[in-house]
Design a binder for this molecule. Structure first.
Ligand code: BGC
Length: 353
């Protein structure tokens, strides 16, 4: 083999090698270019790409401020000790007053710490969160007297509480029980309340040792009232003001919806409670005392003549007539300074035309 053919073979091999290298370089260059344009997918939980614009910095600052204030509030809440088992603010029996010239503005200014019907003690963590449900129609003066006495009463008990007034719209016969079901369902949209107090608008508590808190059994709070010589009306009486936990009330499927007019719905609730093998407890008669604000029977709340018949079917009907069948339409929710005012259309009795 001469020198010339050997050299030309070497040059040919070199050319191939050169072409191969060139190809590799082009491929590598294209790869770098396409890498530059690729948007990294944001992994769940990974940090988003940093936004270095002015708006980006402002947003970051705002977010960190918000986080800080949430953390501070959580720390504050954790640092607050639980309120004592017995509030040091309780006064026992007190004299009630019903001043005909009382105005809502006065009640508002005396309860500056109540915001949109809700109050939380500032110096300790309340032992229970309690929703007070008051069914209502055309009893403005009674409501005013009740708010006047109840707000300071509940604050002395160091409760986290809110007062809901459930107003029945329209001219159908009054239905206390269904309004209370509506109140329960609607209040739970605001907060997971531990305890519910079902409260007539015309009953004002006389002694703040009568605690508006729930126990391991449903509690009846009106042992006596001025209008009945402070005697329990009858052994199974469960009307006026009663307290049940969220779970106790859920377990009995709430109140019946089918009691239109006065009477029977509270007896129905008692039957539901006993069917669930719960019993009714009461505070002592010296403590569980109420003043009933005088009134004539309301028009639109005539005695329910069907009540005895309805009570006979409770042991079956409780399963299908209650919270699980409570149909209604909310017409408005107004957050007034001292109470949450829910106006609901709850329909009318089925047999009415
Ligand atoms: C009614 C109850 C009422 C009680 C006391 C009973 O006959 O059924 O609804 O609470 O009387 O007035």
């Amino acid at each position: 083999m001469g020198l010339f053919p050997a050299m030309s073979k070497f040059i040919r091999k070199g050319k191939c090698l050169f072409l191969l290298l060139l190809c590799l370089c082009v491929v590598a260059w294209i790869a770098t270019l396409s890498n530059d344009d690729t948007v990294e997918p944001v992994q769940e939980g990974s940090n988003p790409p940093e936004d270095k614009s002015v708006e980006g910095f402002a947003k970051l600052e705002l977010e960190s401020e918000m986080m800080q204030s949430i953390e501070e509030r959580v720390e504050e809440q954790a640092a607050k000790e639980s309120c004592p088992e017995r509030s040091p603010l309780l006064r026992g029996a007190f004299k009630l007053s019903f001043d005909p010239s009382l105005k809502i503005g006065q009640v508002e200014s005396e309860n500056g710490e109540v915001v949109e019907g809700q109050y939380n003690p500032s110096d300790c963590t309340a032992r229970q969160s309690v929703a007070i449900l008051i069914p209502h129609r055309n009893r403005e003066k009674h409501l005013l007297y009740l708010l006047y006495h109840l707000h300071p009463f509940l604050q002395r008990q160091q409760l986290h509480y809110a007062i809901y007034v459930i107003h029945q719209a329209g001219d159908a016969t009054f239905n206390r029980a269904k309004l209370l079901n509506v109140g329960y369902l609607e209040a739970l949209k605001d907060h997971s309340w531990d305890c519910f107090i079902f409260h007539d608008v015309d009953l004002v508590p006389e002694n703040d040792h009568n605690l508006y808190m729930c126990e391991d059994q449903p509690k009846h709070l009106v042992v006596g009232r001025n209008s009945t010589g402070y005697k329990l009306r009858y052994k199974g009486y469960f009307g006026g003001v009663s307290a049940m936990t969220k779970d106790q009330f859920h377990k009995v499927n709430g109140f019946p919806n089918s009691y239109w007019g006065w009477g029977g719905e509270d007896d129905d609730l008692r039957i539901r409670v006993t069917l669930q093998k719960m019993s009714i407890i009461r505070p002592s008669p010296e403590v569980a005392r109420y003043t009933m604000v005088f009134h004539k029977r309301d028009s639109g709340n005539q005695i329910n003549k069907d009540r005895m018949q309805l009570l006979r079917r409770t042991h079956q009907a409780w399963k299908t007539d209650g919270l699980n069948s409570c149909s209604y339409k909310i017409l408005s929710v107004h957050r007034a300074p001292l109470f949450i005012n829910i106006t609901a259309d709850i329909g009318r009795p089925e047999h009415a035309h």
